[in-house]
Structures are given as structure tokens and as C-alpha cells.
Design a protein around this ligand. Sequence first.
Ligand code: MG
Length: 158
Amino acid sequence: MNIRVGLGFDLHRLEEGRACILGGVTFDHPKGPMGHSDGDVVLHAISDALLGAAGLDDLGTLFPDTDAEWKGADSAALLAEVVRRLGDKGWSPVNLDVVIATEGPRIAPRRAELRARIGGLVGLDPADVNIKGKTLEGMGALAGGTGVAVQAVCLISK
Ligand code: MG
């Protein structure tokens, strides 16, 4: 069996009046992630981890934010396309581990939903999708819920 690892990172500002969609799950929060797409920073980091593992560049290269076609795009659909492209090369995800760092919406109470939703999108059992919420300890530019930073690591095999 051939295995490879990939790392993804993304960062989006939280703005008033935007829908708060993280990991394909809608949070009840007054601010949501800005972005050319729906701004789902969690799915962007996961997509980049998968693309990185397969050596397929990154999400911005596949779906440029200068392209009107992707304006307001559903990041779940972009992730599905990423998984399809990996599949074309014979790769399938083995597991994901994700850190969501924010002082905006609380992640921990929604963890089971996130695992199930993301697992459904990438074709993994929820047990193979780990989600960790982190606060910023009140430090730096993300303090007080101004944004969301996400790191994702994944293993793929064929
Ligand atoms: Mg992004």
C-alpha cells in the first residue's frame, strides 16, 4: 500500500451579517467567515490537506478567487470535487485531524455533527475525522472572535 500525508492551513476574517458555515455545518453566530466562496475555512484547510497529500497543488489554483464561477461557491461542492480528483489518481482518504482556532463560535458542542458532516463529504467514518476547537487565549489578531484559523492534516492511501 502507498500512503502519503498532507497538511492544510487557512485563515478567514469573521464579519457581521455573513452566514457562519464551518465544516459544512451552520453555526448560530452573528458573524461568519468572509470569502469569495461561502468562506468555509474548515473545508478549505481540509481540501488543501488532501490536495497536498496527492501532490495536486492547492484549492486556490484549482478554483481561483479571481474567477466569477466560484463566487459564493459552496465549499462542500469544492471539497467533493477535490475528493473526486484524488479518486481519479487512485487515492482515498484514511483519516483527518483538524484544529479550528477561534474565539468566535464555540466548536466543541458541535464536534459530533462536524465529524459526521465532514466524514460524509470525504467518504470517511466519523471516527476517522477528528475535530479540535482551540481558543487563542485572548492573544493576537484572532483574539475576541475576529477570525478563524484552521490547520488540517490527512493521510491518504492507494
Ligand atoms: Mg479559504
